[in-house]
Design a protein around this ligand. Structure first.
Ligand SMILES: O=C(O)COP(=O)(O)O
Ligand SMILES: [Mg+2]
Length: 222
């Protein structure tokens, strides 16, 4: 059976925090609020854009009454500027090429809405590597619910699965799905590496292909 490698998006394949920060700054300026620092916005990423906006509201004088309008406005503005400043992490394309050539199916499971996720992958020249994608608005549930990973496994032939991600949410998702987890240590995690459950970890994408075979052996036994 074809092994299936599923990747998180923000903070794993791409450094999207600068564009999310820029969209947050434009929203705050339009509402008469001061911008929040990049590090603050980065710490708000991982549970989807509606939750990101909720966290911005909680950190400022914005009113929760305006939440739906702010989420809709943020989404529209972000989608129009999603790759102004966003780049893949170093060696992502080369690593995906290696993994694809090894015969693995590749997919994305992100809490970012599917439309901007697709657009970003296309704009950055990464879309053709992936066989499938589930976004934060693709299902009634989102990570850490394991449904996205389990549906991708079913769609891609039920082979052994490895999840690759950067955050506490991703670790929990892998655990909930019962699949091994490769932690990218240079993304948007909030806790020390030792406090995030992982099967292997890596700080450079070049190191991932070597680790994948051992992970797949574990996934095959699960
Ligand atoms: O919070 C988001 O919008 C998406 O984050 P993820 O790609 O790391 O799941
Ligand atoms: Mg992430």
């Amino acid at each position: 059976m074809t092994p299936i490698l599923i990747f998180d998006l923000d903070g794993t394949l791409i450094d999207s925090a600068p564009d999310l920060h820029a969209a947050a700054s434009r929203m705050l300026e339009a509402e008469g609020e001061a911008p929040l620092p990049l590090a603050t916005i980065r710490s708000f990423i991982g549970n989807g854009i509606p939750v990101l906006v909720d966290r911005i509201i909680a950190a400022t004088a914005l009113s929760p009454v305006d939440r739906n309008r702010l989420v809709a406005g943020f989404l529209a503005d972000y989608q129009a500027h999603a790759t102004d400043l966003t780049v893949p992490y170093p060696d992502v394309a080369a690593t995906l090429t290696t993994l694809k050539q090894a015969g693995h199916a590749l997919a994305v499971c992100t809490n970012k809405p599917a439309a901007p996720a697709h657009e970003i992958l296309t704009d950055l020249g990464l879309a053709s590597f992936f066989d499938d994608l589930i976004g934060g608005d693709s299902l009634p549930s989102r990570k850490p619910d394991p449904e996205g990973l389990l549906i991708l496994r079913d769609r891609l032939g039920s082979g052994p699965v490895v999840y690759v991600g950067d955050s506490e949410v991703d670790a929990q998702t892998a655990q909930n799905a019962g699949v091994p987890f490769a932690l990218f240590t240079e993304g948007y995690r909030k806790s020390p590496v030792g406090e995030i459950p992982h099967t292997v970890r890596f700080s450079k994408f070049n190191d991932l292909p070597q680790q994948v075979e051992s992970l797949l052996a574990i996934a095959g036994q699960a």
